[in-house]
Design a protein around this ligand. Structure first.
Ligand code: PLP
Length: 468
């Protein structure tokens, strides 16, 4: 399997060659040169597989330059009951016949990003060891991504993490999750400025190519192809869990931000998994909902801060991979659209044959506001005695708008309610339960450094901790 860029100007690369990279040199995203097609026989065999076996079956088709035995070992080490709470890894909970919640949030940081990030940590360590290389991951976080990255990379040989976060701006739970890590390869940097300033600092350092090269600076953002690949597995597992044969169909509702999770569902469908609909759910930042309803993609200048904060995204970075498929995988057409985006601030596919493909690909959408979220959390609690988090509530609301008789609907649970106590308290008048082991996390000793929003000081901080 070879990888090219959505914009057409990258020499073909292998899976491990794109593993550590971010954007392609031409500004596009790495995509496989084709989607492996699963035959009826393949699907019949996969039906009997557990999570690890499914992961190997799918990922080995994409990571063709990792020897099978090595990939198996990496997957076996990653997807354990110890890390994910049960041997099922991503269990399905049934609310009522035909309506289900897919539990993706039983990893160490209680959000779905762990599922892919834990694999990424082990893949990075493997590839770096082979090349006798080191990697210093630099990132900015307002909560979820940073903690998932730290828990995936802690204790890994050849890897250090420098994670910037806005001092005092994360919830006490999120802060404790990150700052309580004592691993010597994890550096929490609390910046005395808002999150945007953290992001600007990361960008400034990444744009200094000489510094970046000298100190082997990398990132783990959501455009990472391996993360998207790892997220396809639970679509397969859930499909097999909820059907009796491979002629049946299942629909999925996906709380979306950077379009990584739902992109994985799209890929599973392209590979031949009988998914009926993929329902993209947004919050008040509804750029994607607008596109799927009108054909117009118009990222906004302003991001609204909402009570489903991990979906507060106005420019969905993985969306380019999906549009690439919509336009028939033609990099010239894709490039033209992104040029127009840059020039005019939007593109409009409504009057093109490409927009018809949206339906053919099974995509639908919906959006929620704060009141919807509260109402959904309340209703699910009253009706089923289950507490869901605000992001999952956004997913469920959009999903129910597209529910069809006779087709099981699965809403992806992207975080546990324990991470968003304030909203749960508003909806239910009570605190969500915390999983065992997290009861007193705020009282653990914390380890972090504080820096002003100053790029020179950040560079000095990194330089002092990386042997050159
Ligand atoms: C990251 C995240 C999302 C959005 O996922 P994408 O893959 O970026 O679309 C949704 N919910 C939660 C809780 C998240 O952390």
């Amino acid at each position: 399997m070879k990888y090219t860029s959505t914009r057409g100007n990258m020499a073909a690369k292998s899976f491990t060659e794109i593993l550590l990279g971010g954007l392609a040199d031409d500004g596009g995203l790495a995509v496989p040169d084709h989607y492996p097609k699963l035959s009826k026989t393949d699907l019949a065999v996969m039906r009997g597989m557990n999570y690890r076996e499914l992961a190997f079956e799918v990922i080995s088709r994409f990571a063709t330059d990792i020897p099978a035995a090595d990939l198996k070992a990496i997957i076996t080490k990653t997807y354990t009951a110890k890390v994910f709470g049960s041997d099922v890894i991503t269990p399905v909970k049934t609310l009522e016949p035909g309506l289900h919640i897919l539990g993706l949030s039983n990893g160490p940081t209680l959000a779905f990003k762990d599922v892919a990030m834990q694999l990424l940590g082990n893949l990075f360590e493997y590839v770096l060891a082979k090349d006798h290389a080191e990697l210093n991951i630099l990132g900015g976080t307002s909560g979820d991504t940073g903690s998932a990255a730290e828990y995936a990379m802690r204790g890994k040989r050849g890897i250090r993490v420098f994670m910037l976060s806005p001092l005092g701006k994360m919830s006490p739970f999120q802060t404790a999750q990150m700052y309580s890590l004592q691993d010597p390869n994890i550096f929490n940097i609390a910046v005395t400025a808002p999150f945007d300033a953290c992001q600007d600092m990361v960008k400034a350092v990444s744009n200094d190519l000489a510094f970046k090269e000298k100190y082997q600076i990398g990132t783990v953002n959501s455009i990472n192809w391996a993360r998207v690949t790892a997220q396809t597995i639970y679509y397969f597992q859930t499909y097999f869990a909820l059907t009796k044969n491979n002629d049946e169909q299942v629909s999925f509702a996906v709380p979306s931000g950077n379009f990584g999770n739902v992109c994985a569902g799209h890929i599973a469908r392209q590979m031949g998994l009988p998914i009926r609909k993929l329902i993209v759910a947004t919050n008040e930042n509804d750029v994607l909902d607008e596109f799927f309803k009108t054909g117009i993609y118009r990222p906004r200048a302003e991001t609204l801060h909402t009570s489903s904060p991990s979906m507060d995204i106005t420019k969905a970075s993985n969306f380019e991979r999906f549009v690439y498929d919509l336009v028939g995988r033609d990099p010239q057409i894709l490039k033209g659209l992104w040029q127009q985006l840059k020039k005019d601030g939007y593109f409009d596919l409504s009057k093109t044959p490409y927009f018809a493909k949206v339906q053919e690909f099974g995509l639908a959408s919906g959006s929620s506001n704060h009141a919807d979220r509260i109402a959904t959390i309340r209703r699910v609690h009253q009706r089923y005695g289950v507490v869901i988090d605000p992001h999952t509530a956004d997913g469920l609301k959009a999903g129910l708008e597209h529910r069809e008789a006779g087709i099981p609907l699965v809403c992806l649970e992207t975080a546990l309610p324990a991470k968003f106590e304030e909203t749960i308290r508003e909806a239910l008048g009570q605190d969500p339960q915390r999983p065992a082991g997290y009861e007193n996390i705020e009282n653990l000793p914390q380890r972090f450094d504080t820096l002003p929003p100053d790029v020179a000081q950040l560079k000095a901080f990194i330089a002092a901790r990386v042997p050159s």
